[in-house]
Write a protein that binds this ligand. Structure first.
Ligand code: GTP
Ligand code: MG
Length: 192
């Protein structure tokens, strides 16, 4: 629908909105393309930091999918990261129709401080979120469940309950039905 440079100038809509965010290169744009079934809807690249705007996608006039810029790629300067936080907070804290933030986590890694800190920040600010483990095709089942268990254990150090959790692959389409069902349930006000 539109790409916004300024979080305060995002389109005014009355539709529920789901934002996709995570470390740069985690596979956000690929996941968006996989979920929507359009190969080139969100631009993907092997170079981190491609998505710099807040991108609103209108899905069947029913809900909005929002592609947010990634955080914390290795080469980013500290000042860049600070700017990202200020930018993204404006959206995450004040967006009225935001239903849930889908936090993308690269399934290949052990828990990363930057992801845990971001989720803790969401929780502290009462922004609803779900965890999506991406690129699950890149590791074995055992490795995948070991990594997810470690994340759960880390989260349970700070929180009593775990958020909804999805395992996805943009290559195989894994997780697509589960995520779309979840989005539909939240949109229709069913408890997640
Ligand atoms: P930025 O917009 O730069 O923050 O990146 P992004 O999070 O949107 O990542 P993007 O979708 O552009 O994917 C980054 C790289 O990972 C690309 O080379 C993708 O092909 C690859 N990739 C993304 N998802 C998957 C997946 O599920 N499986 C595999 N094997 N590769 C993936
Ligand atoms: Mg992207």
């Amino acid at each position: 629908m539109i790409s916004s440079k300024d979080p305060e100038k995002c389109p005014v809509t009355d539709k529920p909105e789901f934002a996709f965010v995570g470390r740069s290169n985690v596979g956000k744009s690929s996941l968006i393309n996989m979920l929507t079934g359009f190969k080139n809807l969100a631009k993907t690249s092997t170079e981190p930091g491609k998505t710099r705007l807040i991108n609103h996608f209108n899905i069947n006039d029913e809900w909005f999918l929002v592609d947010l810029p990634g955080y914390g790629y290795a080469k980013a300067l500290r000042t860049e990261r600070g700017k990202w936080l200020i930018f993204i907070q404006k959206y995450l804290l004040f967006r009225q129709n935001l239903q849930c933030v889908m936090v993308l986590i690269d399934a290949r890694h052990e828990p990363l401080a930057i992801d845990l800190e971001f989720m803790n920040w969401l929780g502290e600010n009462q922004v609803p979120f779900a965890m999506v483990f991406t690129k699950s095709d890149k590791l074995t089942k055992n490795h995948l469940s070991a990594n997810i268990e470690k994340y759960k254990a880390e989260m349970l150090k700070s929180w009593e309950f775990l958020p909804s959790l999805f395992i996805s692959s943009s290559e195989t389409g894994a997780g697509r039905d589960d995520m779309l069902d979840f989005i539909e349930d939240v949109t229709k006000g069913k408890p997640a």
